[in-house]
Structures are given as C-alpha cells and as structure tokens.
Write a protein that binds this ligand. Structure first.
Ligand SMILES: NC(=O)c1ccc[n+]([C@@H]2O[C@H](COP(=O)([O-])OP(=O)(O)OC[C@H]3O[C@@H](n4cnc5c(N)ncnc54)[C@H](OP(=O)(O)O)[C@@H]3O)[C@@H](O)[C@H]2O)c1
Length: 330
C-alpha cells in the first residue's frame, strides 16, 4: 500500500489570482484500456493517499463514477470540498449555442459538485469524432480554427464563470498563434492552459508564452503516455522513459524513469497529471514530488531529451483540404 502524503509536503503552484493549487494531479482518461470502474477506484485510492487535483472530462466517459468517489470522500470526511481542485472540459460537439452551460450542467451532475474548480475548452475546434474512433476517421463537417468562433464559445465560458459554476475558465490544446488571436478579446483570461508536455516534447515557446501571460500550465501525457490508444501511436514516436538522458538520471536516483519525468515537470514549473490505475504507480508519482529532487545539472541534461515528439497529434479533427496533423498546431 502507498504512503499517505502530508499535504504540507506537496509543493503548490500559484495561479494569477493568488490561489494555490497542488503541483501534481491525477489524469482520468482510461485510454480505451481501463473502464470507469477501474479509473474511479484509482481516484478513490488517490484521494486517500493525498491527491487533491483531478483532471476530468466529459469525453472520458467516467465522470459519473468518479463523482460518486468525490461524494463519498467528502461525506466520509477524507477530504473537504474546498480542498479538492476538480477540472473538467467541454467536448468539441458542445461549442456555442448555449451548449457550454448544458455540458457543464451534465458534468456537475455526474461529478456531484455544485461548481467546477476549473472548466476547459478541451480543443479549440468544434470538430467532433466519436470516442474510440479509428485514427483515419474524418468528419466532413470539420473546420479549421477560427478566432471568432472560438471567442463565441469563450463568451459562454465567461458566462458560466460569472454564474459561479466554474471558479476558473481555461483552455487546452492551444498554440501561441491561437492565443495571440484570442487573448486580447477575452474579458476573463484563462487561468490555466493544458498542453502535452514530457521530456521529449517540452513546448518551450508555448510554455514560456504562458508563463509571461501569468497563465499556469498543466502538462498532459507527462510520462509520454506509454499506454495511449493505438490510434495515437505513430512510427517514429519517442518513448520518453527510454531516452538516454531520462534513463541515466533514473539509474542515478534508483527510481523508475517515469518518476524522473514527473520530477522534471514539477521542477520546471508546470503541473503534471499522470494517469495510472495501479496504486504502486500513482502512489510513487505523488511521493516523487516531495522527495529527492533533480539537481540543476540533471535539469540541464534533460534539455537534451527534446525530440519535438508530439504524441497526441489530433489528426481525427482535421477538416477537408487540410494537409496533415501539423495544420492543427500552427
Ligand atoms: N487535454 C487533453 O487533450 C488531454 C490529452 C491527453 C491526456 N490528457 C490528460 O492527461 C492525463 C495523463 O495522460 P496519459 O494518461 O495519456 O499519459 P501519462 O500519464 O504520460 O501515462 C500514463 C501511463 O503511464 C504509466 N505510469 C504512470 N505512472 C507510472 C509509474 N510511476 N511507473 C511506471 N509507469 C507509470 C501508466 O501505466 P499503468 O497503467 O500500467 O500504471 C499509464 O498507463 C490523462 O489521463 C488525461 O487526464 C489530456
């Protein structure tokens, strides 16, 4: 059984408004491999060990069971509601036309919460594909990014913020050029941007841009998502835990390379949200942020692990006429 971690030992990240949130959270996407029962059981174990930040989304298809876990943990006195930081995300088929409010209402009912701590626009496109579809699947109704259309959805996000249904409104899977196109028109700025980050994909430009804007960063796929869905695997993808720089540091600390990825991300200043249904792993991930930090030299060495290896390419969201997945990220 994993160690229960004292909350005082878990470093925090300060949002622009001064609120302090944990420097690590738990991912809840079962990657088509783990069903809602396994993921929610892991969430229950994680709360018990000391996780307080949970990265949820309606499209993960498990918010109802995870909500039962939150309800039980609060009712049983394991945690107070105000000590949890629960995020969720509006899926691509619920942009605009009042659907953000509908989507959040369903999420809150499922999660058994009165408010979300942070609510994200999951992807900056209204391009729908069925969960679990093949990587070659395309929806002929898909469209390229439009700042105007995105801002219509953002106005709905601002409305749910004003209604007190989300304490922070946030964006995910953005790029610098998309942020430059929309941020000046945001009445309420995003508190957090969620993006893919692991040693072989640092996203320095976007990360630094967010830091300058005082927008904090949540890093997904922090371990390089070794069990991601097959549709998200491509020839040439790097395995972060096998990179020589990561492996050498893991050997020096006598820890699993996954923990090097977690420590690196926290020390660099973004919030990793590793996923696991195995207590041994999620316990180790939480403990890793409280002990045995990487040295300055090791942090420097890990800069050499950059391979510009984006794992979640998003090709299923491409529109007719797009050349390739890179078009989603310009
Ligand atoms: N915003 C977005 O568009 C977006 C996109 C993708 C993901 N996400 C979020 O990010 C979360 C994390 O991403 P991810 O799940 O794709 O990738 P990840 O966290 O990088 O990798 C998860 C895998 O790493 C393994 N693992 C975890 N801890 C380990 C440890 N200490 N030692 C060895 N192996 C370990 C787990 O294996 P076992 O299962 O065998 O333990 C698990 O399958 C998701 O769950 C989701 O919440 C968001």
């Amino acid at each position: 059984m994993g160690d229960i971690i004292d909350q005082e030992k878990i470093p925090f990240v300060a949002l622009a408004d001064g609120e302090k949130i944990p420097c690590i959270g738990m991912g809840t996407f079962g990657s088509d491999r783990y069903g809602p029962a396994e993921v929610s059981a892991a969430a229950a174990g994680a709360i018990r060990l000391g996780y307080r930040l949970f990265d949820c989304a309606s499209v993960y298809g498990n918010e109802d069971l995870i909500g039962k876990v939150f309800e039980d943990a609060i009712a049983g006195g394991t945690v107070r509601r105000e000590d949890l930081f629960i995020t969720s995300k509006v899926w691509n088929d619920m942009h605009g036309k009042g659907d953000v409010l509908l989507s959040l209402a369903k999420t809150l009912r499922d999660l058994r919460l009165e408010y979300a701590d942070a609510y994200f626009i999951h992807w900056p496109f209204p391009n729908y594909h069925a969960p679990g579809c093949d990587g070659d699947a395309r929806n002929p109704d898909s469209v390229p990014f439009s700042a105007e259309r995105f801002l219509q959805t953002w106005r709905e996000m601002e409305r749910i913020y004003r209604m007190g249904l989300a304490r922070h409104i946030c964006m995910s899977n953005m790029t610098v050029s998309k942020l430059e196109a929309v941020l000046p028109s945001c009445v309420i700025k995003p508190s957090l941007i969620e993006m893919e980050i692991h040693p072989s994909f640092r996203q320095d430009e976007l990360f630094n841009y967010c830091q300058k804007q005082k927008i904090r960063v949540i890093g997904y796929c922090p371990i390089g998502s070794p069990n991601r869905p097959d549709r998200d695997k491509a020839p040439g993808d790097v395995v972060d835990t096998e990179l020589p720089e990561v492996a050498a540091i893991a050997r020096a600390h006598n820890i699993h390379p996954a923990l090097v990825c977690i420590k690196w991300q926290v020390q660099r200043g973004s919030i990793p949200i590793p996923f696991s249904v195995h207590e041994k792993n999620y316990a180790a991930n939480l403990k890793a942020v409280t002990t045995d930090p990487l040295s300055t030299a090791e942090m420097e060495l890990l800069k050499k692990a950059e391979r510009n290896c984006r794992l979640v390419k998003g090709q299923v969201f491409l529109w007719p006429g797009a050349k390739g997945w890179e078009d989603l990220w310009n």
